[in-house]
Design a protein around this ligand. Sequence first.
Ligand SMILES: CC(C)(COP(=O)(O)OP(=O)(O)OC[C@H]1O[C@@H](n2cnc3c(N)ncnc32)[C@H](O)[C@@H]1OP(=O)(O)O)[C@@H](O)C(=O)NCCC(=O)NCCS
Length: 182
Amino acid sequence: MKFNIETERLILRELQVGDLQAWFEMDSNPEVHKYLGNQPVKSIAQIEKAFQSIQQQYAENGIGRWATIEKKTGEFIGWSGLKFRTDEENNHINFYDVGYRLDKKYWGKGYATESCKVALEYGFKTMQLKEIIGTCHEENKASRRVLEKCGLKFVEQFIYKNELTCDWLKITKEEWEKLDVY
Ligand SMILES: CC(C)(COP(=O)(O)OP(=O)(O)OC[C@H]1O[C@@H](n2cnc3c(N)ncnc32)[C@H](O)[C@@H]1OP(=O)(O)O)[C@@H](O)C(=O)NCCC(=O)NCCS
C-alpha cells in the first residue's frame, strides 16, 4: 500500500472498495452537506464515481484524499488529506489543498484536526510542497477552526461555483516549520 500513516488515534490509508458503503452512509446525511451546497449523495454510484476519480488521482498525481480510519474500532470514519487541484478556484490552478469530511458520529473528537496536521506534515516533509491551501464555506466554523488550529491563515473570501461565499486560507512551508502546534 502506498499510504499507510498512523497518528495517535487514526490510520490514514488509500481508499478501498471496502470503504464504499460507509462512505455512502456518511455522504447521504444532509447535515454533512450543509456547507457543501446541500446536495447529499443519493446513490452508491455517485460514491463509486468519486472513488474512481481518487484512484486516478493517486496514479496521476501521487496523492489524493485518504481513507480515515479510527484506530480503536477499525471503522471508516470519512476521508481527509491532500488533493492536487487542477480545476480553477479563486483564480488559482494546479495547487494543493487539504480537506476532510467525516461521518457525523465522529465529529467533535478532534479527528479532523489530527488528520489535517498529518496531511500538512506529509505535504511539506514528504512532498516538499511550498504551500497548502484550505477552503471552507464562510459559515462552516468547525472547518475554519480546524484549518486555523493547524496553522493556516485567512487570506480572502471568494465565490465558489458562482454560488457559495467561501474562505480561502493558506500556509507556506516556512510558516509550517515555525509552528509550535506539532
Ligand atoms: C468539518 C469537520 C470535518 C470537523 O471535524 P471534527 O473532527 O469535528 O473537527 P475537530 O474536532 O478536529 O475540530 C473542530 C473545531 O471546531 C470547533 N467548532 C465546532 N463547531 C463549531 C461552531 N459551530 N462554531 C465554532 N466552532 C466550532 C470545535 O469546538 C473544535 O475546535 P476546538 O478544538 O478549539 O474546540 C466535520 O464537522 C465534518 O465532516 N463536516 C461536514 C463536512 C465538511 O463540512 N467538511 C469541510 C468542508 S470545508
